[in-house]
Ligand binder design. Structure first.
Ligand code: IPE
Ligand code: IPE
Ligand code: MG
Length: 249
């Protein structure tokens, strides 16, 4: 069977794809297992999708792995997920290096357990020189947390006399978000048949194309990722204009 990968046009690749990886808990429950088993199996999907993104030459892939609201989950699940992140980073570092993948993280990273925070900074440091895909992990991230942080930072610059309020524009805002320097995601994928944003990149998603998959995250594979990209490439992005204006180019 030929892969959907062949159908993807290299000229129309999105620069940045973001994924809300959802459905680990339900996937496990369906098999009579505990939720943590779902997270463990979700790691395979992370590996597959990262590889798929690197193979087609994507610049940025952001994975929403833990939200600021997820801290409210039962302690056993929080602890298990945090340990899983430490071991995954540890085990996957060689694969990142092999595939020329640079790691970056966005979110309230200081709120992560010390061990994870250190492992994360180390992996980011050790892959900083790589030039292929940038894999961005959103950890203890939420868009409202990010906005509060950005507003505080901008207010500080104003109060110190470094920035005039009349000079604040969309670029100032983008530059003060956790994603500073990254293009906005052109495509957002959410798995597990949930149709919501769950406090993810509210500013950056302004013009993103949305793609929803019914598959639970641990079942999501390379072909599913390619299918989402192929679907994206069939869409007409109008940015407020009309179809005829877009077709002139
Ligand atoms: C997504 O799967 C992963 C995280 C939020 C850590 P869930 O854990 O939300 O799984 P469901 O949605 O409960 O099935
Ligand atoms: C969103 O999933 C957060 C992540 C994937 C990390 P949730 O499972 O936490 O979202 P809700 O609570 O169903 O909206
Ligand atoms: Mg969920």
């Amino acid at each position: 069977m030929s892969s959907l990968k062949e159908k993807i046009s290299k000229e129309k690749l999105p620069r940045h794809v973001a994924i809300i990886m959802d459905g680990n808990g339900r996937w496990a429950k369906l098999q009579g297992k505990n939720r943590v088993y779902g997270h463990q199996n979700g790691v395979t999907s992370v590996r597959e999708v990262t590889e798929a993104a690197a193979e087609i030459g994507l610049e940025y892939l952001t994975l929403y792995a833990w939200s600021t609201e997820n801290w409210k989950r039962p302690k056993e699940e929080v602890d298990a997920l945090m340990s899983l992140l430490v071991s995954t980073l540890n085990n996957e570092k060689k694969t990142l290096l092999k595939n020329n993948v640079r790691l970056r993280a966005i979110g309230d990273l200081k709120s992560l357990p010390g061990k994870l925070y250190e492992q994360l900074l180390e992996t980011i440091h050790d892959t900083a020189h790589l030039t292929g895909l940038t894999l961005v992990l959103a950890l203890s991230y939420s868009a409202r947390w990010e906005m509060v942080h950005a507003v505080r930072e901008i207010a500080r610059q104003v109060s110190e006399g470094k920035l005039a309020p009349s000079h604040i524009d969309q670029i100032t805002i983008s530059n003060n978000l956790a994603t500073a320097g990254m293009p906005d995601p052109e495509l957002l994928i959410r798995t597990s048949g949930e149709y919501r944003i769950s406090n993810f990149m509210l500013y950056q998603l302004a013009y993103s194309e949305l793609y929803f998959s019914e598959k639970m995250w641990p079942d999501f594979r390379k072909e599913d990722f390619y299918e989402a990209i192929a679907d994206f490439q069939c869409r007409e992005r109008r940015f407020g204009k009309i179809s005829e204006q877009i077709k002139q180019h």
